[in-house]
Design a protein around this ligand. Structure first.
Ligand code: HSE
Length: 451
């Protein structure tokens, strides 16, 4: 059967004749296995929602995984057997990475199959090419599981907030990093000890530096920014700073001043372009998002009609991620019933309405700052520091000076009002050049996240 534009629509029959939809899963790790089990466990409830039976008929896994009962399912060691199986309607790509996964997805699209993927790296880096190929072929590439695990933030940005102009969004979008920061803050645990636990729980990326250096969050932020602002995916232009250099000292001072440090992904529509940045950030402790702990994710979206809205839930792990994968399968199955050419656009905006708004270099980003200086305990040092700031038009929000260390040096903590990053870079360089400032100035960005 063909739809309006000659694209394929699976035949739908009434009653007992309704044709099951055939799903092939490529990759049987935490997410693939989770989706397999969820489709089986919730089969009755899911088919009440879709009106069609969903059958996992083919699984591609390079290794045997005795944890899953695959009886009645074709199992191939060559994952391309799944993609090339003519009976498969939807390919679920959950192997991760950007090499073989890219081939799997592109080959599935070429074969006219719909794709469901949890692969944020693949979409952030190659999404423009993938969506163009999918549109050309009239198939759908669904990716709810790529961002914030079980939190349906893709659907929110693409559909729920479609009436709004989105001004900015800020998210805790890496569960592993948030889990580490929370355990370190609440229990004083060691960084590597918590990371190991996150790996055992299936939260961490294959390469955990992706989690702690902010790369995974930048992949996800790239996707969110495209959906929020209708711009192409531009991962390479995202600014990324990890959490590995955060100290307990700064976490403590931030608390004293009424802030929490979170690893945030921030995308903001500024007058001259889009800010796209991932870095540790002080946020007021009273904000709901400041109290998002453990592996939980949250995304705060500021939109012009609805105002601020907050989306919260588990951001990693088998169940939450499988929940999003299966929701995408349900979405595709529903679309199959009426023709995928009428589906919501991949990047929320019509492909010919995607704008080339520039991504701003970090120098041009405007934010507030937390600065920690170690100063010699001498009269006039603070006056010199404040002179450097005032010469650059940087306004101070708060100052905290701690008692002198035995060595005669004092920690000084400053909070500033918003200023362009290049002004702050120049101020920090001038402070570090002062004879009475010892070592490097610690700089952590600060966002009030008010509407
Ligand atoms: N490593 C990711 C995280 C998994 O910790 O959030 C979910 O994308």
């Amino acid at each position: 059967m063909r739809g309006l534009h000659g694209r394929a629509i699976l035949p739908v029959f009434s009653g007992d004749d309704v044709k099951p939809v055939s799903v092939g899963i490529v990759g049987l790790g935490t997410v693939g296995g989770g989706a397999f089990n969820l489709l089986r466990d919730n089969a009755a409830e899911i088919s009440r929602r879709t009106g069609r039976e969903i059958r996992v008929s083919h699984v591609g896994a390079r290794r045997e995984n005795p944890r899953y009962d695959l009886s009645g399912t074709i199992v191939s060691r060559d994952i391309f057997d799944v993609v090339n199986n003519p009976d498969i309607d939807i390919v679920v790509e959950v192997i991760g990475g950007t090499t073989t996964a890219r081939e799997v997805v592109m080959q599935a699209i070429r074969n006219g199959k719909h794709v469901v993927t949890a692969n944020k790296a693949l979409l952030a880096e190659f999404g423009n090419e993938i969506f163009a190929a999918a549109e050309e072929k009239g198939v759908y590439v669904a990716f709810e599981a790529a961002v914030a695990g079980g939190v349906p933030i893709i659907k929110v940005l693409r559909e729920g907030l479609a009436a709004n102009r989105i001004d900015w969004l800020a998210g805790i979008i890496n569960g592993t990093g948030n889990f580490i920061l929370t355990e370190m803050r609440e229990k004083g645990r060691d960084f590597f000890d918590v990371l190991k636990e996150a790996q055992e729980l299936g939260y961490a990326e294959a390469d955990p530096t992706f989690d702690v250096e902010g790369i995974d969050a930048a992949h996800k932020l790239t996707i969110l920014a495209s959906l929020a602002f209708g711009i192409p995916l531009q991962f390479k232009k995202a600014y990324t700073e990890g959490i590995t250099r955060l100290t307990r000292e700064d976490v403590g001072y931030a608390e004293e001043l009424g802030f929490r440090i979170k690893h945030l992904g921030i995308a903001r529509r500024a007058p001259n372009g889009i800010e796209l940045r991932v870095h540790p950030t002080l946020i007021p402790a009273e904000r709901l998002i400041a109290n998002v702990n453990g592996v939980k994710n949250a995304v705060l979206v500021q939109s012009n009609a609805v105002g601020p809205t907050l989306y919260y839930g588990a951001g990693a792990g088998a169940g939450p991620t499988a929940s999003a994968v299966v929701a995408d399968i349900v979405d595709v199955v529903r679309a199959l019933n009426c023709g995928t050419e009428n589906r919501v656009p991949h990047l929320a905006f019509q492909p010919d309405a995607i704008a080339n708004t520039p991504i701003l270099p970090m120098d041009e980003v405007v934010t507030s700052y937390y600065l920690r200086l170690t100063a010699n305990d001498r009269p006039g040092v603070l006056a010199e520091v404040t002179r450097i700031l005032s010469e650059r038009g940087i306004s101070i929000e708060a100052i905290l000076q701690k008692p002198a260390h035995e060595a005669g040096s004092v920690p000084v903590i400053l909070l500033t009002k918003p200023v362009q990053e290049k002004e702050m870079n120049s101020a920090i360089a001038a402070m570090e050049a002062l004879d009475d400032i010892i070592g490097k100035v610690v700089r952590i960005r600060l966002e009030n996240l008010d509407a």
